[in-house]
Design a protein around this ligand. Structure first.
Ligand SMILES: Cc1cc2nc3c(=O)[nH]c(=O)nc-3n(C[C@H](O)[C@H](O)[C@H](O)COP(=O)(O)OP(=O)(O)OC[C@H]3O[C@@H](n4cnc5c(N)ncnc54)[C@H](O)[C@@H]3O)c2cc1C
Length: 246
């Protein structure tokens, strides 16, 4: 059963008009990197709750969330307006199966994200697990504009720490920017630009995790299936593990 903590907002960082990260002080609860909790606020007469992936790794005494401000949404605008010292309720235990212990072994691990879908990967990469299990890890973060490529500094630390084991490929769809690929993830797999940029293969020896925009997930899954990579299910292990936010 869910156990609701009253968390106190530590920081609420605005990356862009539509993206923010909120850090909440709450007791360190066990969870597996990649899982999500629920956040809740009283809005008028209603208590509104939604699921959010944890960005922080297990073992911290705060919880961090990377959130899209959905203009006509119910909860996300209210979360965006929170200030340090404000309260927000956080439900534990965390849940979800978008975790590395659900992913079978493979030569390399592709982490594909659009927008806030990068959040669960940041939690995973801050643990030892992916570095111990996979020969190579490729993080692809796609956004419309380059200023939406949040957390680039944190990600660059892993590039320095694991130069031979880690590739970070930022992708931007609506502008041409040096050191980023231009386009959408499915097309960049299909024309092999992601494979070339990382120097890695993407085949049935790979494990792929996908999180973010539903259209990207659908198109990428279809493409990967045509390449022989099947959805990973507990009852039938495969290559493609997915988290869908909406
Ligand atoms: C397992 C899980 C984990 C999630 N983790 C995150 C997370 O880490 N960060 C996050 O921002 N959201 C996340 N979400 C989505 C989140 O739960 C809410 O749906 C979102 O914040 C919108 O809530 P709202 O009340 O503002 O909008 P609502 O009034 O509920 O409106 C919902 C509509 O908002 C749009 N929408 C929802 N999420 C997004 C998004 N991320 N980007 C753009 N449009 C969106 C869709 O059109 C959806 O139909 C997650 C959802 C699930 C199921």
């Amino acid at each position: 059963m869910a156990n609701w903590h009253v968390g106190e907002v530590i920081t609420n960082h605005r990356w862009t008009k539509t993206l923010f990260s909120i850090k909440v002080r709450c007791p360190a609860e066990n969870f597996i990197a990649g899982q999500f909790v629920r956040l809740a606020l009283q809005i008028g007469d209603d208590r509104v709750q939604r699921a959010y992936s944890l960005v922080n790794p297990p073992g911290t005494d705060y919880a961090e969330f990377y959130v899209t401000h959905v203009a006509d949404g119910l909860l996300s605008p209210a979360l965006a307006a929170l200030k340090p010292g404000d309260n927000v309720e956080v439900s534990y235990p965390a849940s979800g199966f978008f975790t590395l212990d659900e992913v079978p072994q493979g030569d390399n691990l592709w982490l594909l994200a659009t927008g806030t879908g990068v959040g669960p990967y940041l939690s995973m990469l801050a643990t030892d697990v992916p570095w111990q299990r996979f020969k190579h890890i490729i993080l692809v973060h796609a956004a419309r504009w380059s200023n939406e490529l949040s957390y680039a500094e944190l990600i660059q630390q892993w590039q320095q720490q694991y130069p031979d084991q880690f590739s970070y490929i930022p992708v931007v769809s609506r502008e041409n920017v040096p050191n980023t690929l231009n386009g959408r993830i499915p097309e960049l797999i299909s024309n092999k630009q992601l494979q070339q940029a990382s120097g890695q293969t993407l085949d049935d020896n790979s494990q792929v995790m996908i999180c973010g925009n539903p259209d990207m997930i659908k198109d990428t899954k279809t493409l990967l299936e045509s390449m022989g990579l099947q959805k990973n299910l507990r009852r039938k292990p495969g290559n493609v593990t997915v988290e869908q936010y909406w």
